[in-house]
Design a protein around this ligand. Structure first.
Ligand SMILES: Nc1ncnc2c1ncn2[C@@H]1O[C@H](COP(=O)(O)OP(=O)(O)O)[C@@H](O)[C@H]1O
Ligand SMILES: [Mg+2]
Length: 397
């Protein structure tokens, strides 16, 4: 069918034609933002889920909701290489400058700018050059101790007070938050704790891979009281069907029931894969309704495409030993597995592969759903590993 009218949108962060199954979470976010803006208490939000479940899409949607509610927003994506201050300073500067532009002079906003200037001065010493222009003097003795935990709390407090003075609120939205170091996560949690104790209108909405829960807990034991950690998972069959069916109906076409069920079976309801299968099926179909035979062909092209991109980019970042580890994990099946069983498959000792596992967790390839267990963070990665390293068993021992 006409590729120009294909409604599906596979790809990181691409808004889907139908955002299925996320109403409850979005309503919760709406209430959270509304309450914080009114100076009321509500736990901040850290959404937890595997790759491709739609976390970034949700954060973008929440960003829009925050803007309609009159929030000033700071949106950042943590990475393995950049530090938290480096990421936060430019958008916080933009927010303060925005607050400064509003009618009348606010001494709280001016103070906020000076505190930011102090913070920049302090982190400069630690992280080297950070390029930011701020035409203001530093506020001596505020956010300039060089201790990130103390300084970030003072900075967030100053920003919160500035926003409060302007009768607005600030949403700090962080994607891939599992990439923060323990010290950064600690400082972040402490800063949010401080602003929420003071009932300042500043809120954190974040998302990341499942390892973020352990990271937050290790960083600050009270994190679990401060945050909610809703799980963003695969869609139920009902929602997955809606995600496929409704956009196609809007284009005046349809899937057969068998075709829908087959896509749900192949994708296990994972949003990214639903988009990919829907996209391929539409393009391969000669006419509506799109039937199961077309879906079978779409499965071949979708897997080929994923193998060359989504899975491949992650595979290419692995060392040979990491590949072996993941191949052994794949051999055991898609669920979580005990370190002992993985070690056995590798004919190695648990202790000797522990650093390998830790490295893979840091890279965001695997996580630990329970102590001593390991599972893939990328759905269907086990099948990919088997396809890419088919002769692996022979290379063992
Ligand atoms: N609720 C949903 N229903 C249907 N498709 C979705 C949904 N959420 C996300 N998607 C699709 O899934 C893909 C991955 O979304 P993304 O937000 O990048 O996932 P993540 O950040 O969790 O890795 C995108 O192609 C997006 O269009
Ligand atoms: Mg994402």
């Amino acid at each position: 069918m006409d590729p120009l009218r294909n409604p599906f949108s596979p790809g990181a962060g691409n808004p889907p034609p139908e955002l299925a199954g996320r109403d409850e979470l979005l309503n919760h976010a709406r209430i959270l933002l509304g309450r914080i803006k009114n100076g009321r208490y509500e736990q901040s939000l850290m959404m937890v889920g595997l790759r491709g479940v739609g976390k970034t899409v949700l954060l973008n949607r929440i960003h829009e909701i925050a803007e309609t509610q009159g929030y000033e927003t700071v949106m950042i994506e943590a990475t393995e290489s950049r530090s938290l201050p480096e990421l936060l300073i430019p958008p916080l500067r933009a927010v303060l400058i925005e607050l400064d532009k509003m009618e009348g002079v606010s001494s709280k906003v001016k103070l906020g700018l000076r505190v930011l200037r102090s913070f920049v001065g302090a982190v400069k010493i630690k992280f080297g050059e950070i390029e930011v222009r701020l035409d203001t003097d530093p506020e001596k003795g505020k956010a300039d101790s060089g201790d990130l935990e103390a300084d970030l709390a003072e900075l967030f407090t100053a920003v919160g007070e500035a926003a409060q003075d302007r009768k607005t609120a600030v949403a700090v939205i962080v994607d891939e938050i599992q990439y923060l170091s323990e010290a950064e996560m600690s400082a972040f949690i402490m800063a949010i704790h401080r602003v929420s104790q003071r009932q300042l209108p500043l809120v954190l909405v974040a998302a990341g891979l499942p390892q973020l829960v352990g990271l937050a807990g290790r960083s600050k034991s009270y994190a679990e009281r401060l945050f909610q950690f809703p799980t963003v998972g695969p869609l139920t069959e009902h929602d997955a069907i809606a995600a496929l069916r409704d956009p196609v109906i809007k284009e005046g076409a349809a899937f057969t029931v068998d075709a829908l069920k087959e896509i749900v079976r192949q994708t296990k309801g994972y949003p990214y894969f639903l988009q990919e299968w829907g996209y391929q099926a539409w393009n391969l179909a000669e006419k509506s309704p799109i039937d199961k035979a077309v879906v079978s062909r779409a499965t071949v092209t979708a897997i080929k495409k994923l193998d060359g991109s989504f899975f491949r980019v992650r595979f290419d970042r692995l060392t040979p030993r990491e590949k072996d580890y993941l191949r052994a994990l794949a051999d055991l099946g898609p669920q979580a597995h005990r370190s002992g069983d993985i070690a056995d498959r590798l004919a190695a000792k648990v202790q000797s592969i522990a650093p390998l596992r830790a490295g893979l967790i840091r890279k965001g390839m695997v996580y630990s759903p329970a102590h001593g267990d390991t599972a893939f963070t990328v759905p269907l990665f086990d099948d990919f590993m088997k396809r890419t390293m088919p002769d692996w068993k022979q290379t063992l021992s």
